[in-house]
Design a protein around this ligand. Sequence first.
Ligand code: SR1
Ligand code: MG
Length: 403
Amino acid sequence: MTTDMLNLTTVSDYIRSRPALQGLIDPENLDVAEVGDGNLNLVFVCRDSAGRGLVLKQSLPYVRLVGPEWPMTEDRAAREATALSVHGSLAPELVCRLIDYDNERHVLALEDLTDHEVLRSRLNNGSSHRGAFAPMGRLIARVLAGTSWMSLGEEAFRLQAGATINSELCRISEDLVFTEPFLGGSRNSVRASVEDRADALQSDTELVASAMRMKRRFLSVQEALVHGDLHTGSMFVRGQDADDNLSVKAFDSEFAFYGPIGFDLGLLWGNILAAAARAAALGEEDRAASLFSEIEITWDAFDAEIRTLWASRVNPELYADSFLESWLKDILDDAWGFAGAEAARRVVGLAKVSDVESLADADYVYAVTIMLSMGRSWLVERSTRDFDSYQREFLAAATARTV
Ligand code: SR1
Ligand code: MG
């Protein structure tokens, strides 16, 4: 267990002690704030009087959201360091830069992105989503190409998958994304106003069976070193679409493991739905529709990038062009299924989302109803539906409010 947690006063000494951080920031003259608002770790933003910044992220020996009664090793910091460095090498412009990793104190030093905003906060404020999602589609494609047999070859791929097992964090996802929301669990909760809907989820045998199929996919498909928790709270954004200053970066990749690439797409889509459902509940129908359309935009960006990268796969003699078409179908099917599980779990499970939780009760009920019904359609009907039909279903739900 770590006995030496950083605090506001020890951060300067820590920076002095790390050779890799010398000259990047002035430890004599530091403004430090603890800003960790995630579920697991301590996060310190450090700035010096010259305006230079650095972020330190330290794993706690327990789950922050719950407290010491849910102990957890600090190994997730090593998993995150690996993922940031692998993903960063594949798409440096799309991933928060890892500057230093301290394996003894489980501290990552990261680039300061305080000129960016966490996308979820930006969306909750009603600000622009333009340009924010397509880059993540491209990142997911680069991760698929760069960490799978497409570029590693089959043996190196297998070895790499074996070397990056992340059992402790995968267990969290297994429990919180797939098991508890659908089979029940003491960590579930909803407001009284939607209790009947949450109960209906668990008595819907078709839905539960689909969720368990997705859990099996999560447990058994080893496709690429996925981010593992790629939602709007794991994305920093600066600027927007037509703006030269646009920058989108993924961070917080401690859940990374060799798993199905559709998991990254699906988590993103479930959280796009949360933002779109919020907009619908607030009466912003056009914005809601536009947000929802980012699901297809993300897919199109992923699809275009992977088709480009496919040409340089190392083993074309094994994998013909026709293989890519069937693979993309499987990935899309996975993505819908994972998106459906994510939509449901962010409503009923332990780790909820502020998009919905911050709404007043009547709006909350409306947003939850949209999330659960779209989530069900994604889980149960995914092999027979297309983007247009889901967009139509969302629009109908988003404009159906009577009170
Ligand atoms: C106890 S951790 C709960 C959730 O937080 C992370 O961001 C993941 O989404 C995880 O499921
Ligand atoms: Mg996180």
